[in-house]
Design a protein around this ligand. Structure first.
Ligand SMILES: [Fe+2]
Ligand SMILES: [Fe+2]
Length: 213
């Protein structure tokens, strides 16, 4: 196991350098999909990948390169653009030829435009789960607030959290992410409730003012 671990780990400094170079070129760097997101996704890929005996070399490359497209054209559908940007990087660093397509598949199919049937490999499924659960927990709440809150209704956020949870491929992911999922969902359900109470209170206040009370 330690040899396999060493083997995939050798790509970290190489991909980190490539990632930094790509970010320097990117016209619209998106902080919510920056290096901290990459590291969290990578950490989950390793935990889940080791449990399910996946190819960690494929997962580490996918983790570093999966959101490159997001820094060019921020959109929920960005997997294909990210794969386009990732392909020359894999060639440049001499990534094993037989593993390039599996990396690109995981990248292409990690956004909402792909279905679970499109994620044909173990690594693509693991990668999808590792990326999706970054919307859960304290960090997930912060990401929703930065990206979505105020632009779309809170119901959209609650539904998005639920659909991410339902779309996960592995019970192992659900076991490790259950608390964080509940935290995010409860936070936005409670936020909605409190904001509704506030607006009801404001209405009552206005009624009192109109009645001269
Ligand atoms: Fe993404
Ligand atoms: Fe991502």
């Amino acid at each position: 196991m330690s040899n396999q671990t060493d083997h995939w780990q050798k790509w970290i400094p190489i991909l980190e350098k490539e990632y930094a170079m790509e970010m320097e070129k990117a016209p619209r760097p998106c902080s919510e999909h920056g290096s901290d997101h990459v590291f969290r996704v990578l950490r989950r890929c390793v935990t889940l990948g080791e449990k399910l005996s996946a190819d960690l070399e494929i997962l580490v490359a996918a983790a570093y390169l999966h959101d490159l497209g997001m820094h060019y054209a921020p959109a929920r559908v960005h997997g294909c653009l990210s794969a386009e940007k990732a392909q020359p990087v894999l060639e440049r660093i001499g990534f094993p030829g037989e593993k390039r397509d599996p990396v690109l598949l995981a990248i292409r199919t990690h956004d909402i435009s792909a279905s679970s049937e499109d994620r044909k490999t173990l690594e693509a499924k693991i990668f999808f789960d590792a990326d999706k659960v970054d919307a859960f927990g304290v960090i997930g709440v912060l990401r929703y607030i930065r990206v979505v809150y105020g632009k779309l209704p809170i119901d959209f956020i609650i539904e998005d959290i639920e659909s991410r949870w339902e779309g996960l491929s592995f019970s192992e992911t659900r076991e490790t992410a259950l608390e964080e999922y509940q935290y995010s969902k409860n936070y936005f359900v409670q936020l909605k409730k409190e904001l509704e109470m506030d607006s009801y209170g404001l209405e009552l206040g206005f009624v009192s003012i109109l009645k001269g009370k």
